[in-house]
Design a protein around this ligand. Structure first.
Ligand code: DC
Length: 220
């Protein structure tokens, strides 16, 4: 069983998806972490992000792995043998990731990696899970929230990790990412026809998890 959770940056996907997976006792897969890992590697190697051929070649030749601990929920993302779980959460990777993820060749490679997890029971989060990666998923959720609250959530995350960043910078980074993610030709961020939309602006995490759990119970 795959539960697909899509939505823009800061909509609460990761926190909700992890808690939901824990509550249901199934795995959690963060597909954004894979795009971030490719962006991180491209930056590290000094590859021009606009050079689609070079970035595609990098994504296709890199080994990309997700390592689960024994409860299968919390995981590390590994690219070319390097654990990058923490390093992919920087403002530099934030700025690079949407550029890299609009490249068709990168998407083809990562969708293939993501589908290799199809035999697991998992909550899978991303931008195109319900529309492209697992269109047959039993439950599809699309999370949204106001731009302001999404920026606030992102600032809290970044500051917890020690990044000093101003609110207007975060707002502009989120706006830029939203615009690239939604307007790109290859698998843009979109609501699947059969997805249930939840606006989390005024909801607590527990309320969102509760709501999705009830939807899951209806299906299984
Ligand atoms: O969820 P996130 O912020 O970690 O995702 C980082 C970027 O990766 C996001 O700006 C767009 C891209 N992404 C994507 O294109 N498709 C996915 N399934 C997941 C993420």
């Amino acid at each position: 069983m795959i539960i697909a959770i899509d939505g823009p940056a800061g909509s609460g996907k990761s926190t909700v998806a992890k808690r939901l997976a824990k509550r249901l006792g199934i795995s959690y897969l963060d597909t954004g972490a894979m795009y971030r890992a490719v962006a991180f590697l491209a930056l590290k190697k000094g590859i021009d992000l606009e050079d689609e051929e070079a970035v595609t070649e990098l994504a296709k030749s890199a080994s990309i792995d997700v390592k689960y601990d024994n409860v299968s929920i919390y995981s590390d993302i590994i690219i070319n043998e390097e654990i990058v779980t923490e390093s992919i959460r920087s403002p530099e990777v934030d700025a690079a990731v949407s550029i890299v993820s609009r490249i068709q060749g990168v998407r083809e490679r990562l969708v293939e990696v993501q589908r290799s997890f199809s035999s697991m029971d998992a909550v899978v989060e991303g931008r195109d899970i319900g529309t492209v990666v697992f269109p047959d998923s039993k439950v599809k959720i699309y999370l949204t929230a106001s731009e302001e609250i999404r920026a606030d959530r992102r600032i809290i995350d970044l500051r917890k990790k020690g990044h000093r960043i101003e609110k207007d910078e975060v707002e502009s980074s989120i706006r830029k990412r939203d615009s690239i993610d939604s307007s790109r030709a290859a698998s843009p961020l979109a609501v699947a026809d059969d997805a249930i939309e939840i606006d989390t602006t005024k909801m607590s995490i527990d309320e969102v998890v509760e709501k999705i759990s009830l939807l899951v119970e209806d299906v299984i």
